[in-house]
Design a protein around this ligand. Structure first.
Ligand code: NDP
Ligand code: GDR
Length: 358
């Protein structure tokens, strides 16, 4: 271990961004610690896929449990904390608003309080989100650090609470706390419930004959989709600046869910995509964010960051990865735990479908 080796503590290390950030920080020479939740089934497939599981130290802790968080920070004694842990699925936040508020809102507060009480110069990155903009009053405009926040979900509301805490703790106590306002970012390691991965996984299955239809909700929603490995670099850059601040991280391009579907079927070489896609009312959200388009001028000029991967390349990377997982399964080479479409195969009743007596 080098004398000047920096250390980082990552919450949410088992998630998409946690895995890529781990890989990135290890390559920068960091000692990486991560907190993980005790589950009945281990959930390390992403860390395993990136071959980093044996290079990190894991500490059991939960974002709703102050004692375990304090233990994690004390044991890791980090120079930097990246708070990526969250109930991150917007749709689920309507079903579980209270746990979402605890994990996504109170969780970051507990970490800030720990830093304050330990009185150590720990730099803190908070995973803020373009969902904060919500239903903007000014339609179809780019969003930057100065744009208005009008959240439309319990998820975004909890994240907004945490967003303001970062500013307050840096102004009140001088803590180096920063928000990365990241627009959607995707990858082959994205969770299957998110629309991009649901689409690429389903189209790969359709191509190979494992699935007949793809069911979607609102196909008109527009998102500024980037590539997760590009975005974790921005998280790190945000904590390397002289002063703590907040930054938008985006590609400055927007596409609809329909365009994502069209492009995936095109890459798969399947014509007449409409034959395979149906929309379902039950997959629509009680309240929607219709349009997201970032303006990353500040991060370009201050951080020197820019996205490397564009929309078409992103779709292709994701589709190719899912196709190859299912192809290996077809050849009997491996069971695709990382592509198993449990959401399609399991009957999960949404709150709106349930009768009060169910
Ligand atoms: P994921 O859903 O892939 O990962 C979430 C992580 O949080 C998982 O490691 C999960 O653990 C962990 N977690 C959830 N609840 C708890 C808890 N109670 N205690 C401890 N850990 C918990 O999210 P992403 O990697 O995509 O996103 C990372 C962060 O960035 C999140 O905060 C998200 O809200 C935010 N964000 C993401 C964007 C995106 O497009 N990906 C855009 C903007 C913001 P487990 O594996 O056990 O479930
Ligand atoms: P989002 O991502 O809500 O933007 O949050 P998601 O991929 O879930 O939805 C994007 C858009 O697609 C529409 N949609 C569907 N979404 C899902 N999941 N499943 C469907 O079948 C479907 N059909 C249409 C949605 O309504 C929505 O408009 C992600 C998360 O990573 C957050 O944690 C993060 O903060 C934001 O991105 C930025």
């Amino acid at each position: 271990m080098g004398f000047f080796m920096k250390s980082a503590l990552i919450t949410g290390i088992t998630g998409q961004d946690g895995a890529y950030l781990t890989d990135f920080l290890l390559k920068k020479g960091y000692k990486v610690y991560g907190i993980y939740r005790r589950n009945s089934t281990p959930n390390f497939w992403r860390l395993h896929a990136l071959k980093v599981l044996d290079k990190i130290s894991l500490i059991p802790a939960d974002m709703t449990d102050m004692t375990s968080l304090l233990e994690a920070v004390t044991v890791a004694n980090p120079d930097e904390i990246y708070n990526l842990a969250a109930q991150s699925y917007v749709g689920a936040s309507f079903d579980q608003p209270i746990v979402t508020a605890q994990v996504d809102g109170i969780g970051p507060l507990m970490l800030l309080e720990i830093i304050r009480s330990l009185n150590r110069p720990i730099r803190f990155y908070q995973a803020s989100t373009s969902e904060l903009y919500g239903e903007a009053r000014k339609l179809n405009q780019q969003q930057d650090e100065e744009s208005e926040f009008r959240p439309t979900s319990p998820y975004a509301t909890a994240k907004l609470y945490a967003f303001h805490l970062m500013r307050i703790y840096r102004e009140a106590y001088g803590i180096f706390a920063c928000n990365g306002i990241l627009f959607n970012h995707e990858s082959p390691l994205r969770g299957l419930e998110f629309v991009t991965r649901k689409i690429t996984n389903s189209v790969a299955r359709i191509k190979l004959g494992f699935q007949k239809k793809l069911y979607l909700g609102n196909m008109d929603a527009k998102r500024d989709w980037g590539y997760a490995p590009d975005y974790v670099e921005a998280m790190w850059l945000i904590l390397q600046q002289k002063r703590p601040d907040d930054y938008v991280i985006s590609t400055n391009e927007t596409h609809s869910v329909r365009e994502f579907v069209e492009e995936t079927f095109r890459v798969a070489g399947i014509k007449n995509w409409e034959k395979y896609v149906e929309t379902s009312e039950t997959l629509k959200r009680p309240h929607e964010v219709p349009y997201l388009l970032g303006n990353n001028s500040k991060s370009r000029s201050v951080l020197g960051w820019e996205p490397k991967t564009r929309f078409k390349e992103l779709v292709k990377k994701m589709y190719d990865a899912d196709y190859s997982r299912w192809k290996k399964f077809q050849k009997g080479e491996q069971f695709p735990w990382d592509a198993f479409n449990y959401i399609e195969d399991i009957d999960i009743l949404k709150r709106s479908e349930r009768k009060p007596w169910d």
